[in-house]
Design a protein. Structure first.
Length: 204
């Protein structure tokens, strides 16, 4: 039974590691969306030809929603925004989001490996021994070995590679990006949930 200072430490761990309030997550998500929007407008505005952020918003609304917002920009400006700068900025943001999603999935997997082993030294050893075959399985070429190819889909390695290959090299990458991002999010959620359950068991 834990008493005194040990109880306080245990309670603090429960709050800090396991009990993150949903409102904080929602707030961080909204702040992230705001920062992404500002970064998008700033990325399009900066260049040899300066473009006002309101013109960028107008071009996007008119092209996507087919709503006439009152044209205040020239055809050249619309071409620069829609055909040149916006695709580059979006590609950069997609790659950055992919890094974040892949990092979260890898972090959740690492947390799960750490929870499986109760002692720090054992955790390092287990992580090292588990990572070697998993990395090899994750990098098996598609179609070479059916069983290994199926097993590699249960880890984030191959999905991360597919995501970045599509983002950087495909002419129409959006379907692949959506599929691999969904895989990474699902795997991260599964690993994080399992790690969370393990942490709770360790703290009780």
């Amino acid at each position: 039974m834990t008493t005194g200072r040990g109880a306080l430490v245990s309670a603090g761990l429960r709050v800090g590691v396991v009990g993150r309030p949903a409102s904080r997550v929602i707030l961080l998500f909204l702040v992230g969306l705001l920062v992404a929007a500002v970064a998008l407008l700033g990325g399009v505005a900066v260049g040899s030809v300066a473009i006002h952020p309101l013109d960028t918003v107008g071009v996007i609304i008119e092209r996507l929603l087919r709503i006439d917002v009152g044209r205040t920009w020239t055809e050249a400006t619309e071409t620069i925004v829609w055909d040149l700068r916006l695709p580059r900025v979006l590609t950069t943001m997609v790659v950055g989001a992919g890094l974040a999603i892949a990092g979260a999935a890898f972090g959740a997997f690492g947390a799960l490996v750490g929870v499986v082993a109760k002692e720090a030294r054992t955790a390092v050893l287990v992580a090292f021994l588990a990572a070697l075959p998993i990395v090899l399985v994750g990098l098996v070429p598609e179609g070479s070995v059916t069983a290994l190819g199926w097993l590699s889909d249960l880890f984030p390695f191959r999905h991360s590679i597919r995501f970045f290959e599509a983002a950087l090299f495909d002419l129409d990458p959006w379907a692949t990006l959506a599929r691999e991002a969904a895989w990474l999010l699902a795997l991260g959620a599964v690993f994080a949930t399992a790690a969370r359950i393990g942490v709770r068991r360790l703290l009780t």
